[in-house]
Write a protein of this length. Structure first.
Length: 145
C-alpha cells in the first residue's frame, strides 16, 4: 500500500510540474537583454521580438539583405516561424532570423526549466551555433511595432 501511495504522489508531482512548466512557450531574454516571445501561431510555434534591450546593437533591422527592410523596427519583428512542437519542451523544423547578421537559419529549440537552447544552422545541425536564453522572470512590457 505504501508503494502505491508513493507512486501516486510521484505521478501527481510530475503532472503538477509539467502543468507549471510552459516548455518552450513564453517570454525569453536573449544574451543582449532583449526579450523574445515564443507562442503558438496556428499549429506551429513562432517567435517575435517583444522588447529591444538598450544593449542591442540596433533598434532597426540594419543588416537585412533587402535594403528596403533596413529601417523597419526590430520591436515586434517576427524572427521565428514554422516550428513544430514535438514535446512541450522541444520544437524543431522552423526558421529563425538573426537580425544581427541578417541571415535566416533552420532551427530547433529545447527548454529545460528556465533555460532555452536555440540552435540555428545551415543544411545540417552541426553547421550552426547554439544560443542560450533565459526565461523572463518578470512581466514584459511589450514594445509597439
Amino acid at each position: 500500500m505504501k508503494y502505491i501511495a508513493i507512486l501516486a504522489l510521484s505521478a501527481l508531482l510530475t503532472t503538477a510540474a509539467q502543468a507549471l512548466s510552459k516548455g518552450v512557450l513564453g517570454e525569453w531574454v536573449t544574451p543582449d537583454g532583449s526579450t523574445v516571445s515564443i507562442y503558438r501561431c496556428g499549429s506551429d510555434v513562432c517567435a517575435k521580438i517583444a522588447a529591444v534591450s538598450s544593449r542591442a546593437p540596433s533598434r532597426v533591422d540594419t543588416e537585412n539583405p533587402d535594403p528596403r527592410e533596413r529601417k523597419r523596427p526590430l520591436c515586434g519583428l517576427e524572427i521565428g516561424h514554422g516550428f513544430r512542437l514535438t514535446s512541450p519542451d522541444h520544437a524543431e523544423g522552423g526558421h529563425i532570423y538573426d537580425p544581427e547578421s541578417g541571415n535566416t537559419y533552420s532551427g530547433w529549440m529545447t527548454s529545460n526549466g528556465n533555460t532555452l537552447r536555440l540552435r540555428g544552422y545551415v543544411g545540417i545541425s552541426i553547421f550552426g551555433r547554439t544560443e542560450t536564453w533565459t526565461r523572463a522572470q518578470h512581466d514584459v512590457t511589450s514594445c509597439r511595432a
